[in-house]
Design a protein. Structure first.
Length: 338
C-alpha cells in the first residue's frame, strides 16, 4: 500500500514537473510566430481582405498579443476555425490562442479544460428576419424554419427558449456565418439566429440591409473572450493582462497616437506601470516592461479597436452598450495594474 502511495506521489511530481516545463510562451518565442485561431470570415471580427490581410476586432487581439510577446504585430499566423473545429484546434496545440467570438461557459471552462483569459465582448443571442415577414418579436416564431450554426451555444439556447415559450421550429444546420448567410438569403430558412453582433455583421454585407431586421429580444447572455489551454498560467496571464491593458488604456486616455508621449509625460502611477516606465510588471511573467505599450501601439486602446471595426461609423454600426467602460454605463474595466 505504501509502495503504491509513494509511486502515485512520484508520478504526480513528474507530471507536475512536465506540465511546468510546458510553456506556450517558450514555444511562441522559439517559433517566432503566434498561431492565432480566428473566424473563417466574419466582417468586423475577423476576415481577410482581397489581398489576404486579416482585419477585425478579434484580429486586433491577436496582433496585440504578438506585439507584447514578439515585439511585432505582424508575426501572426491566422488559422481560420469553424464553430466545430475551434476548440479542437486549441486543445490539440494547432493554435496558441483562440481569438474568435466564443462564449465563456461552464462546460468549456471546466469539462473541456480551457481557460478564458477575460471577456472582451458582451453579447446575446438574437434573431434576424426579413422585414417583409411581418415578425416583430421572438415569440412570433412558431412554425419557423431557423438557420443555426452547429457546435455553438446557440443550438441549446434556442431549444431551451422554444421549450419555455411553446415554440415549434425546424432547424437548418450551418457550419459558418457565410453558409448561414447564403442559406438565409436563398430562402432555405425563414430566420437566422446567432449572436446579435454576428447577425449585425452578416446583415451589413447584404445588398439591402434595411430589408432585414434583428428582433429586439436577446434570449441569452454570451460573454465572448480569448481562450488558451488550461494548465499554462503564465500564458493565460499574458493574454489576460494584454486585454486588460487595452481596456485600461481607454480609461486613462492612452491611445495609439499618444502612447509614446504618455509613457514619459503621465503623472498617473498606474499608467506608468502599464507603459513600463515604473515598476517591472512585465518581468513577472517573462516579458520586458514595454509589452503593454507595444500592444496598445498596434491598433490603439479597446475603444479605438471597437470603433474601427464594429462602431457606429462602420457598416455594422454597433452601439457600445454593455461593452462601454464601467464609468460610462458599461461592464468593462481592467483589474488594477499594481
Amino acid at each position: 500500500m505504501k509502495y503504491k502511495l509513494i509511486l502515485g506521489a512520484l508520478c504526480a511530481v513528474v507530471a507536475s514537473s512536465a506540465a511546468a516545463k510546458a510553456s506556450t510562451l517558450e514555444d511562441v518565442k522559439s517559433r517566432g510566430l503566434l498561431n492565432c485561431g480566428v473566424n473563417t470570415g466574419l466582417v468586423g471580427f475577423a476576415a481577410p481582405d482581397a489581398t489576404g490581410k486579416w482585419t477585425g476586432f478579434d484580429v486586433s487581439i491577436c496582433k496585440a498579443v504578438a506585439a507584447a510577446v514578439l515585439g511585432d504585430a505582424g508575426k501572426v499566423k491566422y488559422v481560420p476555425t469553424t464553430g466545430q473545429t475551434r476548440l479542437t484546434a486549441l486543445a490539440s496545440g494547432e493554435i496558441d490562442l483562440l481569438s474568435r467570438n466564443t462564449t465563456w461557459t461552464f462546460s468549456r471552462d471546466v469539462d473541456l479544460k480551457l481557460t478564458f483569459a477575460g471577456t472582451n465582448f458582451y453579447d446575446g443571442q438574437a434573431f434576424m428576419v426579413p422585414k417583409s415577414a411581418g415578425i416583430n418579436a421572438a415569440k412570433d416564431l412558431n412554425g419557423a424554419t431557423i438557420c443555426i450554426q452547429t457546435g455553438t451555444t446557440t443550438e441549446l439556447n434556442l431549444a431551451e427558449y422554444a421549450k419555455l415559450n411553446g415554440i415549434a421550429y425546424d432547424s437548418v444546420p450551418v457550419e459558418s456565418s457565410a453558409e448561414g448567410q447564403q442559406k438565409y438569403i436563398a430562402g432555405a430558412c425563414d430566420v437566422y439566429t446567432s449572436d446579435a453582433s454576428d447577425l449585425a455583421s452578416v446583415r451589413s454585407s447584404f445588398k439591402t440591409p434595411d430589408d432585414h431586421i434583428i428582433l429586439p429580444e436577446m434570449i441569452s447572455k454570451e460573454p465572448l473572450g480569448p481562450i488558451v489551454r488550461q494548465g499554462d498560467e503564465q500564458w493565460a496571464d499574458i493574454v489576460h493582462w494584454t486585454l486588460d491593458a487595452l481596456i485600461a488604456a481607454e480609461e486613462f486616455g492612452v491611445t495609439k497616437a499618444n502612447v509614446e508621449e504618455m509613457a514619459t509625460s503621465s503623472n498617473n502611477p498606474e499608467v506608468k506601470r502599464i507603459l513600463g516606465t515604473e515598476g517591472e510588471l512585465g518581468k513577472q511573467f517573462g516579458l520586458d516592461n514595454a509589452w503593454a505599450k507595444r500592444a496598445i501601439a498596434v491598433d490603439g486602446n479597446y475603444g479605438e479597436i471597437f470603433d474601427a471595426n464594429l462602431g457606429e461609423k462602420t457598416p455594422i454600426a454597433l452601439h457600445r452598450g454593455p461593452n462601454a467602460l464601467w464609468n460610462k454605463g458599461g461592464l468593462l474595466y481592467a483589474q488594477p495594474f499594481r
